[in-house]
Design a protein around this ligand. Structure first.
Ligand code: HEM
Length: 451
């Protein structure tokens, strides 16, 4: 219900062009554009297609859409465009079907299970760090992407994964990730039908990814993992609590491709930003390194991770200030009222953790990288103000996995190397389906043996 002083429609974001709306801004300077919208509280209209989409900047409104009033909202149009690639996996399904699948998949991602994977995460991180030479300049985003892909594929498919299958996933997945994003952004919805070389590459990579997943599922069925279950074997064994049924072959396939897609670029982007901030904040970097030594966590092990309080605060601060997630979209399935405005059924709402996390009302000096803002004696952050992994039914199923991976990789790499910015190199934030740094070239310098 509009209040007496409130205009009948929310303010419109600046920079709107005739016909193009804000699409060009979001395409050219996504992070700057989103950053500028933190000033609008609690809601601002953006024009990315023929109709406005409303960006929610107020934590209360986001909490209502994702949690308390979630029944009034469905996933938006962009998820329909992802369905040809992800099928009906967790990220694209809804309602009762989604809940059933979520009950089957979630136990495999329970925190207790994840601790089994710390050794694998630390081993891959140590191998990668060992491949660098003192003084070498590395592209950190690329390194983290390859590392994160190795970790996700190995923890999903450990026993069945052979070198050929791993190489095939490494080749095909980035093509699928890029192609899916282009498809989501295409306002005409026609481009993907034209047999351009890019579209043919996407179709081919998608077919290869499907084939390799089928091969891995067959291998695992023929020779189950036994004593040391991987995520795939847990998904194969999962049974619905009511019906006792297992997932169908098709469903299993959709969930596996969803996990590969959802779990790779996000964690990699988070880690790349984390190292970027450590490079810009040498005192933070020094404290983190000191903690690793004090806690005897070089290299880190599962039982040492809970003691790494400062490193965990660095991870939280990276997830706050440089949130690697993309934008989340919901569509109203009934007429709704939000922030004092009325909206018709079918209206789309978007929220960006990056915008929420840079609100100076909830995070003083939001552009300052300050891990100590997460000390337990600091004022609590209001509900809905810090949502790196979303909230409600669709909250990230891989949250524990991602946090453990970020902590383990940060500790392993920072225990051995200091990553130093290269003078004159301009790092740029890029928003595709995730937010990650581009051109993040850093020089690796060995740490002294003892601090
Ligand atoms: C730092 C890393 C990560 C971030 C920031 C992140 C963020 C998110 C967010 C915000 C959502 C909710 C989307 C929505 O509400 O529409 C989500 C969902 C999801 N994430 Fe993550 N994620 C990360 C890592 C992972 C990992 C490592 C995996 C799996 C290995 C994963 C698997 C998923 C899946 C399957 C969903 C869909 C859940 C559902 O709808 O039930 N994510 N993630």
């Amino acid at each position: 219900m509009p209040t007496a002083s409130r205009p009948p429609a929310p303010p419109v974001a600046p920079g709107r062009l005739p016909l193009l709306g804000h699409a060009l801004e979001l395409w050219r300077r996504p992070l700057e554009f989103l950053d500028g919208l933190t000033a609008y509280d609690p809601i601002v209209a953006t024009h990315l297609g023929p109709k406005p989409s409303y960006l929610l900047t107020g934590p209360d409104l986001v909490h209502r859409v994702l949690v308390t009033d979630a029944a009034s909202f469905a996933k938006g149009r962009s998820f329909d465009k992802l369905r040809p690639y992800l099928g009906n996996g967790l990220a694209t399904s809804q309602g009762a079907f989604h809940l059933r699948q979520r009950r089957l998949v979630q136990p495999a991602f329970h925190h207790r299970r994840i601790t089994h994977y710390v050794d694998t995460m630390a081993r891959f991180a140590a191998e990668r760090a060992a491949s660098w030479r003192p003084g070498q300049v590395v592209d950190v985003t690329r390194q983290m992407l390859e590392l994160s892909l190795a970790i996700v594929t190995s923890t999903l498919f450990s026993t069945a994964l052979d070198a050929a299958a791993a190489a095939e996933i490494r080749r095909a997945l980035p093509v699928v990730l890029r192609g899916m994003y282009t498809r989501v952004l295409d306002p005409t919805d026609l481009w993907h039908r034209i047999p351009t070389p890019g579209n043919r590459r996407l179709a081919d990579a998608h077919a290869r990814l499907r084939r390799v997943i089928d091969h891995l599922v067959r291998t695992e069925r023929a020779d189950p993992a036994g004593e040391r279950p991987d995520l795939l074997s847990m998904l194969l064994d999962a049974r619905d609590a009511d019906s006792g049924e297992a997932m169908t072959e098709r469903q299993l396939h959709d969930e596996l491709i969803t996990l590969l897609v959802a779990g790779t670029e996000t964690a990699a982007g988070g880690l790349a930003w984390l190292f970027h901030e450590l490079g810009r904040n040498p005192l933070v970097d020094e404290r983190l390194h000191q903690e690793l030594h004090d806690r005897n966590a070089v290299p880190p092990t599962a039982d040492r991770l809970p003691e790494l309080d400062y490193t965990r605060r660095v991870v939280d601060e990276a997830l706050r200030m440089r949130n690697p997630g993309g934008i989340t979209i919901r569509r109203a399935v009934v007429d709704v009222e939000l922030g004092g405005y009325r909206f018709r059924r079918g209206t789309e709402f978007i929220f960006s953790a990056l915008v929420l996390h840079r609100n100076p009302r909830h995070f003083p000096h939001p552009r300052r990288f300050d891990p100590d803002r997460w000390l337990p004696d600091r004022p609590a952050v209001p509900r809905g103000a810090f949502l790196p992994f979303g909230a409600g039914h669709h909250q990230c199923v891989g949250e524990s996995f991602a946090r453990t991976e970020m902590l383990t990789v940060a500790a392993t790499v920072a225990g051995r190397w200091r990553l130093v910015p290269v003078p004159g190199v301009r790092v740029r934030g890029v928003m595709t389906s995730t937010n990650h740094p581009d051109n993040l070239l850093m020089r690796v310098e060995p740490r002294p043996r003892t601090p």
